[in-house]
Design a protein around this ligand. Structure first.
Ligand SMILES: [Zn+2]
Length: 301
């Protein structure tokens, strides 16, 4: 599926999101993805693992036939989400590490992404970056957004590949060097956002799914202050929701993802938020656009 003939104000601009599992592209940054696609940008999603060890989180899909074919099911779900979002998707080809349960936590399973040599994963991503030549790359923060071993690894690989792709001495077999203009971390799961959504939901006389979690979650003002970039994308929350629902084994349509009415979300927090980590173009923060300071003539040098 090629998007290279897209038209619109963003034609010629390319964005690459690097995610750990199928469904992460729909739960983080999906509405801004849909907005940039609608405006003519080319959006690529790299999925590091096949999500083979994800639990089935939707009771309606917790069936033996699904569980037996989970790799294929998750691949099909990803294809549906890809088409809904209008993205080009690439598998990095690693195996899900799973969520380690127990105290102490068990060792990671042999051959998984979390144990794969950083150099090998970095080379695969460098090859994709040099071939797609994105202007903007996004990944998770150094905590992984949440402490799944694949999310932390995704961060490490993305940061390493962002640097290495620009260095002609590194992986010379993987294509000509390309300096991605901007690197971002996702910051959508912050406490202030959750608190405001919770308050608005309760004010509407509805039950909020976040009460318990908020009680345990101490304010993190320094963490929240790292947000530099709020991308308005409320008009695309509906597309985001459809993409989420495509991941039927992971997303319960009656669960917390959909407990807060979309109108409340648009009213209270109509942006997706990011932290600008590195920029090789000039862009003053705060900003409201991942492509601020970049134009399609940027040549990656
Ligand atoms: Zn994930």
């Amino acid at each position: 599926m090629s998007q290279s003939h897209a038209t619109g104000p963003r034609a010629g601009l390319r964005l690459m999101h690097v995610h750990a599992h199928p469904d992460d592209e729909s739960s983080k940054g999906a509405a801004s993805t849909a907005r940039y696609v609608a405006e003519g940008a080319e959006v690529h999603v790299v999925t590091c693992t096949g999500g083979e060890r994800g639990s089935i989180l939707n009771p309606k899909m917790d069936r033996p036939d699904i569980l037996q074919n989970i790799s294929e099911v998750r691949r099909q779900e990803m294809e549906r989400a890809r088409d809904i979002l209008g993205i080009t998707q690439h598998w990095l080809g690693f195996v899900d590490s799973g969520w380690p349960e127990g105290d102490p936590k068990p060792p990671l399973p042999e051959g998984c992404f979390g144990l794969a040599p950083l150099e090998e994963a970095t080379e695969r991503l460098v090859r994709l970056i040099r071939s797609v030549r994105p202007h903007v790359l996004t990944t998770y923060d150094e905590r992984g957004g949440y402490p799944h071993p694949d999310h932390v690894r995704c961060h490490e690989v993305s940061v390493a590949a962002f640097e290495a792709a620009a260095d002609p001495e590194r992986f010379p077999e993987a294509g000509p060097a390309w300096q991605v203009a901007k690197l971002y971390y996702h910051h959508s799961f912050n406490r202030e956002r959750m608190q405001r959504l919770h308050d608005a939901t309760v004010a509407h006389g509805l039950e909020s799914p976040w009460g318990e979690r908020l009680k345990e979650w101490k304010p993190e003002p320094e963490w929240d202050a790292r947000v530099t970039t709020k991308v308005p994308c409320g008009d695309f929350f509906g597309v985001r929701d459809q993409a989420l629902l495509a991941h039927a084994t992971q997303i319960d349509p009656d669960g917390h993802w959909f407990a807060i009415p979309r109108e409340v979300q648009v009213d209270v927090w109509p942006t997706e938020d990011f932290e600008l980590v590195t920029a090789h173009v000039s862009s003053a923060t705060p900003e409201d656009d991942l492509f601020a300071g970049v134009d399609a003539s940027y040549d990656g040098s």
